[in-house]
Design a protein around this ligand. Structure first.
Ligand code: SAM
Length: 303
């Protein structure tokens, strides 16, 4: 809603199918599949996404890929300030028009994967303590985007993001399930992860080929396990899942440098960590991987 010359104009949500079509027609916009452009056309879904993010008038919101502004306007209404990264320059004149009622939105013409977030976040949110990422992600790059947002200890509380259901299942998976793997651990190491909504294809224009889900990732104050060497810990995890059907002992002896020569040492380390060598990687918890990595480290650190 905005006031013009004393008249109150009630503006329909951008995300209604009718208004979205009007906007697309007005600007002759054609979707680029290669940029993962599937726009949301259901205001209820958008309300739920912002609700799950726990936004307040003190919160800063970061959006990746505002499209024509469907989610952006909900973020603008519910938070103090929105900073959105959009790669497609064709959307800028549209966003200027659709988001004109809001004065707390800044759109940056940048590829999120190239953006210097360590500098941009503190600069744009200098007076804001609580920053959340909220986005309907472009599906061709969901994992690199999420990992980039988590790996550099950025000053954010977490994220609520829409992505392919299949990837959401892998991110939130528990040990011993078919979806559990190095992606689950990489993300659960930094966050508590939960799927908060399953979303049907019908709420998008155009409809994607896959089912979607919304996940909420809240950053932990400390990683899920304390390890001596983070990069060795992740190396052990990658190796342990390299052949899912093989035992942890097999994967470690095949994957670690000089692993075959050091098989006896690996067996001892598994013993010390209390892990049966015949188990598969997919049954180990993050804590067990932490213990295993710390026990193997002296054997493989060149000492
Ligand atoms: N937020 C809008 C919505 O929900 O209707 C659009 C979401 S659409 C799934 C993904 C958006 O991300 C598109 O606007 C696309 O142009 C943009 N995008 C794709 N790759 C990007 C990248 N690497 N950096 C920033 N934006 C990107």
């Amino acid at each position: 809603m905005r006031l013009t010359g004393g008249k109150v104009i009630v503006q329909k949500d951008i995300a209604t199918p009718i208004r979205t079509k009007e906007i697309l027609n007005k600007y002759g916009f054609s979707f680029k599949k290669s940029l993962g452009q599937n726009f949301l056309i259901d205001p209820n879904i958008l309300r739920n996404i912002t609700k799950f993010a726990g936004l307040t008038k003190e919160t800063g919101a970061i959006e990746i890929g505002p499209g024509i502004g469907a989610l952006t306007e909900h973020l603008a209404r519910e938070s103090k300030k929105v900073v959105a990264f959009e790669i497609d320059g064709r959307l800028f004149p549209i966003l200027e028009d659709t988001l004109s009622p809001y004065d707390n939105v800044e759109i940056l013409h940048q590829d999120i994967l190239e953006a210097n977030l360590q500098e941009i976040i503190p600069e744009k949110f200098s007076t804001i303590q609580d920053v959340m990422v909220v986005a309907n992600l472009p599906y061709y790059v969901t994992t690199p985007i999420i990992l980039k947002l988590l790996e550099n200890n950025l000053p954010i509380r977490g994220m609520v993001v829409m992505l392919q259901k299949e990837v959401a299942d892998r991110i939130a998976a528990k040990p011993g399930t078919k979806d559990y793997g190095s992606l689950s651990i990489a993300i659960q190491y930094y966050t508590t992860a939960e799927t908060v909504m399953i979303v049907p294809k019908t709420v998008f224009m155009p409809q994607p080929n896959v089912d979607s889900a919304v996940i909420r990732l809240i950053k932990r104050e400390q990683p899920a396990v304390e390890v001596l060497d983070e990069s060795f810990f992740f190396h052990i995890i990658r190796i342990s899942f390299s052949q899912r059907r093989k035992t942890i002992l097999n994967n470690l002896t095949n994957g670690l440098e000089k692993g075959k020569e050091k098989k006896e040492d690996i067996l001892k380390a598994l013993n010390v960590a209390g892990i049966d060598p015949s188990r598969r990687g997919e049954t180990l918890s993050i804590q067990e991987f932490g213990l295993l990595s710390d026990t193997l480290l002296p054997i493989f650190s060149g000492n």
